[in-house]
Design a protein around this ligand. Structure first.
Ligand code: DAH
Length: 345
């Protein structure tokens, strides 16, 4: 705004600059320079008072607008870094010192996952991480759950308003992996991939159920693959992981993406089947779901089920780690509690 009166124009320039730097912008309305302009009004010749007074009021109104804009600005939430252990707007020297990385530790789920992947790598499996946001096509359709299929209800999870899905299992990756590694088959090599990943479910939370957990999926396809290969693979892995001989057994189950489908159990590695609280005194631990990949799943990925067969499994990583380290509540994993985490440093 331009002011006719030179003196008012000067004060206007001074105060509109000063207001930018003020934290409490309201104080600009009490600036002595502005007050001095008002005080001057009664001393002026009557002919000048009107126009001078009008311009001073206009200046005050202009400052008022700046004050309000500034207040609105500070009401906007400042950007935050949710991972920072302090308010990022605190000056550097006043910030609390973050915990030194040397007293931190790798999360037990991640260190155990390293071991698990290491065992599978030695067995010839590549590893592909799953996504934390996926779609209906990969979550259901490519896994032989047509729309409206009742088994979809077993995988109730979270969705974005745009219809993307926080995957309820790592099986969402099967279609991608089959397509990605399909060329192996033409070169007389098997598709053998494990897929670790974070999965989500709409659960009533308790010591055994968490909305966020980890799974490990496995996919193996070649000529003449049968359930014996599946059982031997899982048994070999579990014996390596628990460093002992184990017995395993399967029971019939149902999954839309395998035929036949099984529930897979191992003899309790903690009591050698004598009965303890880990296996609820049954001697057996039901661990995961598995089966022979349904022909429709292979077909959708462009693999001829008359030439190739395969097996797949998927199971919770949290569960394995809880048993191994005698962890009584699954919710510790996502809690971020240092007293829990420091036990693994
Ligand atoms: N995705 C299943 C679940 O989370 C587990 C599962 C079962 C995975 C059979 C598989 C499979 O790959 O073949 O309940």
């Amino acid at each position: 705004m331009s002011y006719q009166n030179k003196q008012i124009a000067e004060v206007a320039e001074l105060l509109t600059q000063r207001v930018q730097a003020l934290k409490d912008k309201h104080t600009i309305l009490r600036a002595i320079e502005l007050k001095a302009l008002y005080d001057q009004i009664p001393t002026l010749p009557p002919a000048e008072r009107g126009s001078f007074g009008k311009e001073v009021n206009a200046l005050r109104a202009e400052l008022q607008v700046l004050v309000e804009a500034g207040a609105a600005e500070t009401q906007k939430l400042p950007p935050i870094d949710v991972t920072a252990p302090f308010d990022v707007n605190v000056p550097p020297l006043k910030r609390p010192r973050p915990v030194d990385a040397r007293v931190g530790s790798i999360h037990p789920l991640m260190s155990e996952l390293e071991r698990i992947l290491d065992i599978f790598a030695r067995m010839g499996f590549a590893a592909v991480e799953s996504r934390q946001l996926d779609d209906d096509y990969h979550m259901f359709e490519t896994l032989n759950f047509p729309e409206g299929h009742p088994a979809r209800d077993d995988y109730d999870t979270f969705m974005t308003t745009e219809g993307l899905i926080a995957p309820a299992h790592t099986s969402t990756m099967q279609h991608r992996v089959l397509k990605q590694y399909k060329a192996n088959l033409l070169n007389d090599r098997a598709i053998s991939v494990v897929i670790p990943g974070r999965v989500f479910r709409n659960e009533d939370l308790d010591a055994r159920h968490e909305h966020t957990f980890y799974q490990l999926e496995g996919v193996y396809v070649d000529k003449n693959i049968h359930a014996g290969h599946l059982i031997a693979t899982l048994k070999t892995f579990l014996q390596e992981y628990y460093e002992q001989e184990l017995e395993v057994k399967t029971q019939p189950f149902y999954f839309p993406f395998t035929e036949p489908s099984f529930e897979f159990a191992l003899s309790c590695p903690f009591c050698q089947k004598k009965g303890c609280n880990v296996c609820s005194y049954s001697g057996w631990i039901e661990l995961l779901g598995c089966g022979l990949i349904h022909p429709n799943v292979l077909k959708m990925a462009g693999i001829d089920p008359k030439l190739y067969t395969g097996f797949a499994w998927g199971g919770g990583i949290d569960r394995l780690v809880m048993m191994k380290h005698d962890i009584e509540d699954i919710r510790h994993f996502e809690s971020g509690r240092l007293d829990f985490l420091r036990q693994f440093s």
